[in-house]
Write a protein that binds this ligand. Sequence first.
Ligand code: F0G
Length: 354
Amino acid sequence: MAWRGIVREFKDFLPVSDRTPELSLHEGNTPLIEAWNLVQEELKNLKLYFKFEGLNPTASFKDRGMAMAIAKALEEESRAVICASTGNTSASAAAYAARAGMTCIVLIPRGKIARGKLSQALVHGAAVIQVEGNFDEALGIVKAIVRRHPITLVNSINPFRLEGQKTAAFEVCEQMGGSAPRYHVLPVGNAGNITAYWMGYKEYRERGRVTGLPTMLGFQAEGAAPIVLGRVVEDPHTIATAIRIGNPASWKGAVAAMEESGGAIGAVTDEEILSAYKLIAAKEGIFCEPASAASLAGVRKLYGQGYFEEGATVVCTLTGHGLKDPDTVFKVTEEPVRVKPEVEAVERIIEGIL
Ligand code: F0G
């Protein structure tokens, strides 16, 4: 049978009842792609996989949690939802709210979100409010608004968001043939996703679907690494705007995932992020957004330190699609050559390449 979206496919693992609308854009069921060239050329003796969440309906992992959160909001007869976002949450909220026939309000840090994400929020008809501040400030405002107005908050402090997002861990276990990977690696921003994956892995084991648990590894951008530093970062900065967050809402959840699994949360520089971003695209044919590449950047760093045992299975979540943020491509690549419309002119260039 065709895939029906996470609320239906995983209903036995989710807080849903017969009354919960089966809201869906057929999110989930994303591929687990085995690395091919990277493990031959650089990360030798690793079994490296990418869980490509950029192939969700709005092109990021947020759709899993948003399907669940907006289905519950509908069930509770809410008429409007609101979130703060670095871009992907707002794109997803806008799409699912449109489908649910609800009003959607999104607060974004002005000038610091990728254009593809902004275009999504606009085209799906959300009310977009640009805040002259950062994500953390926008989230603070949203929390205050929902205390005063009957609007459902759909940031990941809404527990249904994490419930939906945990389903990615179930899929990884199934795709690995019924076992958890040795390591699971994620970019960390507001820290909801690493918290959700850890929840998912633990739950799948408790239900007897797998025997083991992975070690959880999270990576923040160096200029936005509050968990690594152990303190709030007032003015976070990184080229990976999706994870430009200085005071993550699920801070405790991320630390618990790290501690309980014997893992780590580290930082990678913008340079390391961009280098991994280009590598995933050029060596594996997968176009993810810069924040997503923080996972591979972290793997490369730990690999260099001899962290992984021989043959270890490592799954990196690639959280969003690269097409969300084409501007970054033009920052890290050269402008294509120009030629006169003549065969010889094109030939001369090709000869220089072959
Ligand atoms: N990768 C991408 C592409 C993201 O959009 C985000 C978060 C993360 C990683 C980090 O996930 O917050 O669960 O630790 N984006 C949020 C947003 C903050 O508003 O779209 P996290």
